[in-house]
Design a protein around this ligand. Structure first.
Ligand code: HEC
Length: 115
């Protein structure tokens, strides 16, 4: 009996990861915030306050259009620690991250949901 539960748990987990990879945002593991936590938080801080890198909040990003933000994320910033994430993130991933970093701080969606 225990084996069946283990098998079911395994199937549920692997199904989750399969969704996470399809880039269509069906998965709970693939929200803008999840991807931000994975790829950006180590430098920009989990709450986007800035750490080794500037805060990523609407107040600091006002000067950028979303295409310009996408370019910074894809190409990185020359002569700085800001890495290029081309080949790591899809355009869809980048759009979700941009939606996350341009949310006002008092309006951050902490729960994993859409976006
Ligand atoms: C290894 C550390 C590091 C990681 C990881 C990182 N960044 Fe950066 N980022 C920086 C640094 C440092 C700067 C400031 C560069 C400069 O202008 O000198 C920066 C600058 C930026 C800027 C411009 C901010 C401004 O005020 O002009 C944006 C936007 C940005 N990063 C987004 C992101 C996003 C989104 C991610 C994740 C996908 C990310 N960064 C991951 C280090 C990092």
């Amino acid at each position: 009996m225990k084996k069946i539960f283990t098998l079911i748990a395994f199937l549920i987990l692997t199904a989750g990861f399969a969704w996470a990879d399809d880039g269509k945002g069906l998965s709970l593991l693939n929200t803008g915030r999840d991807m931000y936590m994975k790829h950006c938080a180590s430098c920009h801080h989990a709450e986007r306050y800035g750490l080794k890198a500037p805060a990523l909040i609407p107040e600091t990003l006002r000067a950028y259009k979303s295409e310009e933000l996408a370019k910074v994320i894809k190409d990185g910033l020359a002569a700085s620690q800001m890495p290029s994430l081309k080949g790591v993130l899809t355009d869809g991933d980048i759009d979700k991250i941009i939606s996350h970093i341009t949310l006002p701080l008092n309006n951050v969606r902490w729960a994993t949901g859409n976006g």
